[in-house]
Design a protein around this ligand. Structure first.
Ligand SMILES: [Zn+2]
Length: 402
């Protein structure tokens, strides 16, 4: 499976993947998924929102166990984010068939469309539409960098954009969704485990900081006469690092806009975007409040005006406790506590997080030795991937096998 997926949407210069929603590279990945489904004699279907499903048993029977992930990528993404979950799902089914397991519940493998949001700027579009977190009207307004709207992109790819929208009937037929994903951090590497179970997706948000000063000549304006917003911005970046460290959280200024953006001009405006995530709401609030207070103090010091706007926010997603404990029971080697499977939080969003509001949902993570993700350097060792497949097969057998 990896051999077939490897060349699809891979950029020859960067070696990274550019599998954006509804592009030819995406179509190739989707063609691969359909081929894998048909190869195994599964019931193949595409839902109204463009998500692909491959079923063992009757899709209409209800209480289905669903596994899978996504095949699209960020710009120059790695090979594992998304595809590891889909490949492992097909491999887990092969493993279960080799074990001679029969199923008491329908089983489906899913490929959610447009998870990364690389093209239209909104993540998890396929699962959001299905769960009703994104309406058809909102989705129809999404536009890519070339001015192509989502409905036009879907149409070009051969799908009906007027059919999209909440799909409660489908969600009502799912009893559990388990997404396996490469870890996007180093917790498993540090703990020496191959596989872990997700506890929660951290609350996260984005805040825009507008520092407004006075543009002036970089050569003739005395230092004491300046109202330079770059200084207060720079000090705020350091404050974000400090506050995040104190709270055991993360905070990043990764995007900045400067006006007039001239080498020989003191800026009139520095606009920086803060992305912050923490294990719990209290810690996140502490970070953001701390950064805001520091930024206001630095702005005053330099005679600069400051506005802070929260642009987006996602509260904590706690995965279903009963399902999580069930996974821990299935995977835990109770006789040897040293082999127990670790439970960890994550700072990254996933389709599983979107669905968790409607369906009992859990996640398995596979060790990533460097923690690097969203980069061609993303990696998981073959032994760890195999351990992930076995864990997923064990989970499915535990939930749906007889
Ligand atoms: Zn992913």
């Amino acid at each position: 499976m990896w051999r077939e997926l490897r060349p699809l949407g891979r950029h020859p210069d960067s070696g990274g993947y550019r599998r954006f929603a509804w592009t030819p590279a995406d179509a190739e990945c989707r063609g691969w998924f359909e081929g894998q489904a048909r190869l195994r004699g599964l019931v193949y279907e595409v839902d109204r929102n463009g998500n692909q499903w491959a079923w063992v048993g009757d899709p209409g029977a209800g209480d289905a166990v669903v596994i899978g992930s996504h095949l699209d990528s960020v710009p120059d993404g790695g090979a594992f984010d998304g595809p590891l979950g889909v490949v492992s799902s097909f491999a887990a089914l092969d493993e279960l068939r080799a074990r001679g397991v029969e199923f008491t519940r329908p089983l489906a493998i899913v490929n959610f469309g447009d998870e990364e949001g690389a093209r239209f700027g909104l993540a998890c579009v396929g699962s959001r539409l299905t769960a009703g977190q994104l309406t058809k009207e909102q989705a129809h307004r999404l536009t890519d960098g070339d001015g192509i709207t989502l409905p036009r992109a879907m149409e070009t790819a051969g799908y009906d954009p007027d059919a999209i929208g909440v799909d409660s009937d489908r969600l009502d037929r799912i009893g559990a969704f388990v997404e396996l994903h490469v870890e996007q951090g180093r917790a498993l590497d540090l703990s020496g485990d191959r596989v872990g179970i997700a506890s929660a997706i951290w609350p996260h948000g984005r805040w825009r900081f507008d520092f407004r000063g006075e543009a002036n000549h970089a050569g003739t304006t005395r230092l004491v006469d300046r109202r330079d917003p770059m200084l207060s911005y720079a000090e705020t970046v350091l404050a974000a690092r400090r506050e995040a460290r104190l709270a055991g959280a993360v905070a990043t200024f990764g995007k900045i806009a400067v006006e007039p953006n001239g080498v020989n001009a003191i800026p009139s405006l520095v606009r920086g975007w803060l992305d912050s995530r923490a294990a719990d709401q209290e810690s996140l609030d502490a970070v953001v409040t701390g950064v805001e207070q520091a930024a206001h103090a630095y702005a005053r010091e330099h005679g600069v005006e400051l506005d802070v706007v929260r642009e987006s926010f996602t509260p904590v997603v706690e995965f279903d406790h009963a399902l999580r404990d069930e996974l821990a029971r299935i995977l835990g080697k109770e006789k040897d506590p040293a082999l127990a499977v670790p439970v960890l939080g994550t700072g990254a969003g996933h389709d599983a997080g979107i669905l968790s509001g409607r369906v009992p949902t859990a996640m398995l993570f596979v060790r990533n030795p460097t923690g690097v993700s969203h980069s061609p350097a993303e990696f998981a060792a073959e032994d760890d991937c195999v351990a992930g497949v076995r864990a997923l097969a064990d989970v499915v057998e535990g939930l749906a096998g007889k």
